[in-house]
Design a protein around this ligand. Structure first.
Ligand code: SF4
Length: 370
């Protein structure tokens, strides 16, 4: 079994592997081998330019923001709809935030939609509608972190940059059999990833790494036999690629509970409000509810938005957020037409729902309208 590599023991890709690569002498992975593989096996994706064509930064930006925490299959219809509605960064900048949130509904992690919009406004307002072409310039944009900056810089501007996503991390952790556990290992994985970069074709290399991780070096049962780096991979030489990346044990996800108040007027209108701009589901539309907390809320009725005959329904709604699970009971009340909305609330008829930015959890609550 080969010794595990540490960063200090890894040779740059253009030199032969140093002694620290272990008992089995493994040559350093050659980025050109991966680029050759990519030329034959690249995935066709809607946001990807044809071979040899420089990608539009707006398309890279839009797709990369959408793809964070979300699968390619889920993203595709959203990407197509956004591009059809807002074909340029200036068009997106001119949209109202509520429209963008509404179009985003169902993709989750709504902070991304707010960042997308804020960033489009900065590009349109401060950069004449052109994305900066350096990692540093991109990082200065609101909501653009190291990953997105490196993705746009490499894929759209051919800058030497490594957009290290989960696919990159997995491939690198296996190539070098990195023993340090995620998330602590992230710094080491990033530094190792930099050693793999080619001398040119940075955009293709970035996408090749993503494709290798998505189609060959998969989380389970990686197809090492098809991998252009199988002769250079410490984890495959050791026979245990699935052991990498090592992950720290996850803390249990707590459960929060609350009561959603579904107030329906005789004319069909439903009582809604907008969540605060900052924080979870910021600026999204919701049915009023008690606070969401781990302890049961004592006397939920005192949080009801208005006085009514509230009926506790037998069913409720479950939803899982990244940091907690939510169990919402649903209380429903019928009110006479003409009942005024309390402060901070509004009545909206179902015909007006498409214009509202409902998060998935609220779509589930609204299923109890009838
Ligand atoms: S040889 Fe296997 S484990 Fe190693 S990088 Fe390739 S697919 Fe991943």
């Amino acid at each position: 079994m080969p010794a595990r590599a540490s960063l200090a023991s890894v040779s740059p890709p253009t030199k032969p592997a140093g002694p620290g690569r272990g008992v089995v002498a493994l040559a350093a992975p050659d980025p050109r081998a991966l680029l050759r593989w990519y030329d034959r096996h690249r995935r066709e994706l809607p946001w990807r330019a044809p071979p040899g064509v420089r990608q539009d930064p707006y398309k890279v930006f839009l797709s990369e923001i959408m793809l964070q925490q979300t699968t390619v299959v889920t993203v595709q219809p959203y990407y197509a709809a956004f591009l059809a509605r807002w074909p340029s960064v200036t068009a997106l900048a001119a949209a109202r935030l509520e429209e963008v949130l509404s179009a985003w509904a169902g993709l989750g992690y709504y902070a991304r939609a707010r960042n997308l919009h804020a960033c489009a406004r900065a590009v349109a307002g401060e950069h004449g509608g052109r994305f900066p072409d350096s990692v540093e310039g991109l990082l200065a944009l609101p909501g653009v972190g190291p990953y997105t900056a490196a993705a746009i810089a490499s894929i759209a501007h051919e800058r030497r940059a490594a957009p290290v996503d989960g696919n990159w991390e997995r491939v690198v952790a296996r190539l070098f059999a990195v023993e340090e556990a995620l998330p602590k290992a992230r710094k080491q994985l990033r530094a190792l990833a930099e050693t793999l970069l080619p001398a040119a074709r940075f955009g293709d290399f970035a996408q090749a790494m993503m494709d290798l991780g998505a189609t060959v070096c998969t989380p389970r049962k990686p197809a090492c036999i098809l991998c252009p780096w199988r002769e250079n991979c410490a984890a495959q030489a050791a026979g245990n690629p699935e052991a990498y990346p090592v992950k720290a044990a996850k803390a249990a996800r707590p459960t929060r509970r609350g009561v959603a108040f579904l107030a329906v007027r005789a004319d069909g209108a439903v009582l809604l409000r907008t969540r605060p701009e900052k924080g979870l589901l910021g600026s999204m539309t919701e049915v009023p509810s008690t606070p969401w907390q781990e302890d049961e809320t004592a006397d939920p009725a005192r949080h009801a938005p208005l006085k009514a005959q509230w009926q506790a329904l037998n069913a409720g709604v479950s939803h899982v957020f990244s940091h907690f699970a939510l169990e919402l009971a649903v209380w429903r009340a019928r009110l006479p037409a003409g009942t005024p909305a309390p402060a901070g609330h509004r009545w909206v008829k179902p015909a007006g729902f498409p214009a509202e930015a409902f998060p998935s959890v609220m779509v589930k609550v609204l299923e109890y309208l009838e």
